[in-house]
Design a protein around this ligand. Structure first.
Ligand SMILES: [Mg+2]
Length: 229
C-alpha cells in the first residue's frame, strides 16, 4: 500500500529564507547577461513564479520577452545563485527539517514541491542546506508561468512516483502567501498557510485557507491538522 497523504511544499518563506539571495542573483544575471545595472527592488516577487518575475523585469527594462531571453536570464540566474546563497543568510524556518524527517518516517505521507522556483534554482537553494533529497518530485516555474497551473503537474508526478492517486482531501499545499492558497484551491487541494514569509497570519486568513500557522515549529499541532489525529 502506498502513501495516502500528499504534502506539496512552497520553498521561499515556507521551508527557508534565502536572505534576498534570489533577488541578488537575478540582479547579477540582469547585469551580466543583459548589461543592465538597474534596481529590481520594486518587482513583485512573493508567491510569483521565477518566469513571471523575469517577465516583469523584461517589461521594466524594455527587453523582449523571447524564449531566448528567458533561457539566457535563467542560465545567468542559476549560475549566480550559489555565490549569493553563500554570501546571504540562508535560514531554515521553524520545524524544518524536523517535519520532513517525520513525514519520511510515517510511511503514509508523500512529499513533493509546488514552487515558483525554476527547477535548477530550487535544487541549488535546497541543496545548499541538504534539503533537496527530501523531494523526489515537484512542479516548478519550468512547467508554467502562472502558479495556479502548477498544481496538476505536481499531482501527476506524485501519482507517477508513488503509483497512487491522492484524494484532494488528503492533498495539502503548504505556503506562505495568498498565491499559495489560491493555487491550492485551483487544484482542489487543501491549503495550509504559514506566516513565516512577508504575510501576516491575518492577511493569510483573509483568503480562507484550511488552517493558518504562525510558524511550523509545533510538530504535533502540524500532524494533528494534516492527519486529523
Ligand atoms: Mg513562498
Amino acid at each position: 500500500m502506498g502513501p495516502k497523504i500528499l504534502l506539496l511544499w512552497d520553498i521561499d518563506g515556507t521551508l527557508l529564507t534565502a536572505g534576498g539571495a534570489g533577488l541578488r542573483a537575478l540582479a547579477s544575471a540582469l547585469q551580466h547577461v543583459f548589461d543592465i545595472d538597474g534596481s529590481i527592488d520594486d518587482i513583485d516577487f512573493a508567491g510569483r513564479t521565477d518566469r513571471s518575475i523575469m517577465r516583469q523585469i523584461f517589461r521594466k527594462f524594455g527587453l523582449p520577452a523571447t524564449e531566448e531571453n528567458f533561457s539566457r536570464f535563467a542560465e545567468g540566474y542559476v549560475a549566480a545563485l550559489p555565490l549569493e546563497l553563500a554570501n546571504g543568510a540562508v535560514r531554515l524556518l521553524p520545524g524544518i527539517p524536523t517535519l520532513l524527517d517525520a513525514a519520511a518516517a510515517r510511511g503514509d505521507t508523500a512529499v513533493g514541491l509546488l514552487t515558483g522556483n525554476l527547477r535548477r534554482g530550487a535544487e541549488v537553494k535546497l541543496g545548499s542546506r541538504n534539503l533537496w533529497q527530501y523531494f523526489p518530485f515537484g512542479a516548478f516555474a519550468d512547467d508554467a508561468e502562472d502558479r495556479n497551473e502548477l498544481g496538476p503537474h505536481a499531482l501527476r508526478r506524485a501519482q507517477i512516483h508513488h503509483r497512487v492517486e491522492f484524494a484532494a482531501v488528503n492533498t495539502w499545499v503548504i505556503g506562505d502567501t495568498p498565491h499559495d492558497i489560491v493555487c491550492a484551491r485551483a487544484c482542489h487541494a487543501r491549503a495550509l498557510a504559514v506566516a513565516t514569509g512577508r504575510h501576516s497570519a491575518d492577511q493569510l486568513q483573509a483568503l480562507n485557507p484550511d488552517v493558518v500557522f504562525n510558524d511550523l515549529g509545533d510538530v504535533t499541532a502540524f500532524w494533528r491538522v494534516i492527519a486529523g489525529g
